[in-house]
Design a protein around this ligand. Structure first.
Ligand code: CTP
Length: 408
């Protein structure tokens, strides 16, 4: 397979924070941005002030199709600032190319006197460094000690290569070629996720069951957990079919195809159509268990007497998926239980023939509907329940996907 094809598949849906520091090799970064964008990545360039002396923000902004960021504070009197924490959390991977001796030194000592350093210090994603400097600067024991510290902290280095340097000297210190950087990062990402290129079906949100043209029976699900799962899976290179009930959420991450539905029946129809092609099916939606047996054709008028509404069961989509599961498919269900939670969830796992059941806690403050955080227990047949701590829904999503990767 051609090298560029491998990279194209690999960076699809990936968010790359590309740091550029002050060094002559910054001219190569323009090509690196081009290659990453061509490979499907969303690239946010963050330059140090010194990098502006070597390559223009206009070049990198044009190639990355996003404004380049340099300053922590937007000095236009508006009080706006570039949120390094948000940027760091946004990124799936951070690449600093070129990484100057000065930036390496500051990173090794935990300094953050510019936006790029503040982002790197806040990053939880893998950080790659492509050092570039002159021969003696690279040979200097201080530079080597800084690189050793950074490697020990888990940062990965790419290069430097040997060859002709800007000074005219020849030796180690050349920034690795952009193709090699793309290749190494993409290979790491490729080997790190079993979900790369895999089709996933995820349901999210609640359903609404019509009583009449105006009223419905619904629930408090916001869809946040399902959307967090969809985004986290897409970040791992999965092709996600997201089937969403009525929610106030949006996602613009490439790799997610969204189908909006309203009722349990519509959700069932879409899921049955999409699931045979999917290797992983995650039923995160809070599907109504009952719907009005008759939907009034016109708005029901208020009356003095009680208004009984007869409810009939909806189809259990997860149970249908369990009964029609292709052999290699991984089926994941969710459960929300108020009493005897573990026993009920274990029974649900077996009854619905799921491979994994995510039990939502109703006991913890900060967990469940309407929160940004969640606390869940993972149940799989034949294994002990695995309690996860209270985490952000994105972190919970990644923990669930880690478990799914083990099952794949
Ligand atoms: N589910 C579904 N279709 C339904 C109802 C639920 O696919 N009509 C799925 C949910 O998406 C979730 C799981 O089933 O993954 C658990 O739903 P829950 O309502 O808790 O389970 P029930 O089997 O309905 O049990 P009970 O309401 O008695 O707890």
């Amino acid at each position: 397979m051609e090298r560029s094809t491998v990279a194209a598949e690999r960076f699809l849906n990936r968010k790359v924070l590309l740091g550029v520091t002050g060094g002559i090799a910054a001219y190569k970064t323009a090509n690196l941005v081009r290659l990453l964008v061509k490979a499907g990545a969303e690239v946010q360039v963050v330059m140090t002030p010194a990098a502006h002396d070597f390559v223009t923000p206009l070049t990198l902004a044009t190639l990355s199709k996003r404004p380049v960021l340099t300053d922590l504070f937007v000095r236009d009197g508006s009080g706006r600032w570039n949120d390094h924490v948000h940027l760091a959390r946004w990124a799936d991977v951070c690449i600093i190319a070129p990484a100057s001796a000065n930036t390496l030194g500051k990173m090794a000592h935990g300094l953050c006197d510019n936006l790029l350093l503040a982002c790197v210090l806040s990053a939880t994603c893998p950080v790659y460094l492509a050092p570039a400097m002159d021969l003696e600067m690279y040979r200097d024991p201080g530079t080597h000690a800084n690189l050793a510290v950074l490697r020990q902290r888990g940062h990965k280095t790419i290069g430097p290569d040997s060859g002709e340097l800007a000074s005219g000297l020849s030796g180690e210190g050349r920034m690795s070629e952009p193709e090699a950087i793309v290749e190494q990062v993409s290979n790491d990402l490729l080997s790190s996720s079993k979900l790369n290129g895999v089709q996933l079906l995820i349901t999210a949100g609640g359903t609404q069951e019509a009583i009449d043209p105006v009223r419905y029976i619904g629930n408090r699900s916001t869809g946040r957990m399902g959307f967090a799962l969809a985004e986290a899976a897409a970040a791992r290179g999965a092709r996600v079919q997201l089937v969403a009930g009525p929610v106030h959420l949006s996602t613009d991450r490439p790799g997610i195809t969204r189908t909006d539905v309203v009722s349990a029946q519509e959700m069932a129809e879409v899921c049955k159509r999409l699931s045979p092609q999917c290797k992983v099916v995650i039923m995160c939606a809070a599907v109504a268990d009952y719907r009005p047996a008759k939907v009034a054709a016109v708005k029901i008028k208020k009356q003095a007497a009680n208004l009984p509404i007869e409810l009939e069961p909806t189809e259990d989509i997860l149970a249908w998926m369990g009964a029609h599961k292709p052999p290699a498919q991984v089926l994941v269900g969710f459960a929300l239980e108020s009493d005897n939670a573990l026993a009920h969830a274990q029974e649900k796992l077996l009854r619905k023939k799921a491979d994994l059941l995510v039990l939502n806690s109703l006991q913890d403050a900060g967990a469940g509907f309407g929160h940004d955080t969640n606390r869940v227990t993972l149940l799989a047949p034949g294994t002990d329940p695995h309690d996860l701590p209270l985490m952000s829904k994105t972190e919970v999503a990644h923990a669930i996907l880690d478990r799914i990767e083990e099952l794949c």
